[in-house]
Design a binder for this molecule. Structure first.
Ligand SMILES: [Fe+2]
Length: 379
């Protein structure tokens, strides 16, 4: 395939030598999507600067995307690989993994197409068995196709097989209506969701639409703007405010509201009120097992909240709950990511996720991550 040469000038302008015109990074992105074999060179020195230019494009896409591909944890892992012997061969492995992932998605898309004419039961079997098997084999490139429930080396060392957790996909939402879920509902993104948790401040019409479109169990805690739900709650949604529920083997504790700031909503609370609600919740936990997920509207104090904001600061009592009960996941909203709040954090053995807009959570991955954090704490 011939190479399409793009020259980059010192004023950062890009010149397409094939079409003899200036282009921008969006044009470059479209060429990459169209499988054009491009090469970007410095117009002055002739140095190949393709990787740096593509990294710039990825940075722009990540900044605009509703759902990030390069999470903070992935980026941290990448940085740690530089200068580390573990980094040797990673580029080749990563390239092959991405290739397998893309082919698997194409396989799933083809299967979906066959659904129109195929026996639905056969289709479901293919969907749930074969792609997962492919994915498990791909995810362990050193396994040489032995049991996917074993960690590398487990067979030789006699170590017990790795625990496989509940393979659920949990959709969490809060604070912002997503185009992907409403204006242009993207069924492909949400077809395997097991259940939904809303962390508040979303209108009833949007929540009702999500129930209709996804047809899965939905749970919510109220945000500080949800006094409207007192007279008109969202249809098909189960409130979990100050409750502990169990669904598909996952125990979820819910607490709504925000810090008090003007008293116009019954869902504004002083720290002392939240403290007692947390104590009541904890009292219930004396007789039952611990919780897996804490779902709230507001974040915990100094964990993803907005500094110097009376309205968007977190509750210290939530932090106490994390200290005492170590849920695997703490999901919350209120602190908008557009205000600078992080999407994900880790605290002790809990993974924290800000549900702003929406986020799809792989429950199995959260359980493993929490388990790793717990091991670190024990060391
Ligand atoms: Fe809020």
């Amino acid at each position: 395939m011939s190479v399409r040469l793009i020259k980059k000038y010192s004023n950062r302008r890009l010149y397409d030598t094939q079409e003899s015109c200036y282009i921008n990074t969006d044009d470059l992105r479209k060429m990459i999507i169209g499988f054009e074999n491009i090469s970007v060179v410095d117009a002055k020195t002739g140095e190949d600067i393709t990787p740096a230019t593509v990294i710039q494009i990825i940075g722009e896409l990540e900044a605009q995307a509703d759902q990030k591909i390069l999470t903070k944890e992935i980026l941290f892992q990448l940085v740690r690989l530089y200068g580390n012997p573990m980094g040797a061969g990673f580029a080749e492995y990563f390239e092959k993994s991405l290739d397998i992932y893309v082919r698997q998605r194409e396989f799933l898309r083809d299967q979906m197409q066959r659904l129109i004419n195929a026996n639905p039961l056969n289709f479901m079997e293919q969907m749930t068995v074969n792609p997962m098997k492919m994915w498990e084999e791909m995810s362990n490139p050193f396994s040489d196709k032995k049991s996917s429930t074993q960690e590398p080396g487990a067979e030789k060392s006699g170590a017990p097989p790795a625990i496989r957790y509940n393979p659920l996909k949990i959709l969490v939402i809060s604070d912002k209506i997503s185009d992907n879920l409403y204006q242009t509902f993207n069924r492909g993104l949400f077809q395997d969701i097991s259940f939904v948790i809303s962390c508040g401040d979303l209108p009833a019409y949007y929540l009702n639409y999500i129930v209709d479109m996804l047809d899965v169990p939905c749970f919510y805690v109220p945000g500080n703007h949800d006094e409207r739900f007192i007279s008109e709650p969202p249809m098909g949604w189960t409130p979990i405010q100050n409750k502990i529920i169990s669904h598909k083997g996952v125990r979820i504790a819910g607490m709504g509201g925000s810090p008090w700031y003007n008293g116009k909503s019954p869902y504004q609370y002083h720290e002392a009120q939240v403290f007692w609600d947390v104590q009541k919740m904890r009292a219930r936990l004396l007789w039952t097992r611990s919780v897996d997920i804490l779902a709230t509207h507001s974040p915990a104090y100094d964990l993803g909240d907005i500094k110097n904001s009376r309205t968007h600061s977190g509750f210290k009592s939530y932090r106490q709950f994390l200290d005492k009960h170590s849920p695997k996941l703490f999901v919350y909203g209120h602190a908008h990511i557009s205000y600078g709040a992080p999407r994900t954090l880790e605290y002790r053995s809990t993974v924290l996720i800000n549900a702003f807009n929406y986020w799809i959570i792989d429950w199995d991955e959260i359980c493993r991550r929490s388990e790793r954090l717990e091991h670190k704490l024990e060391l």
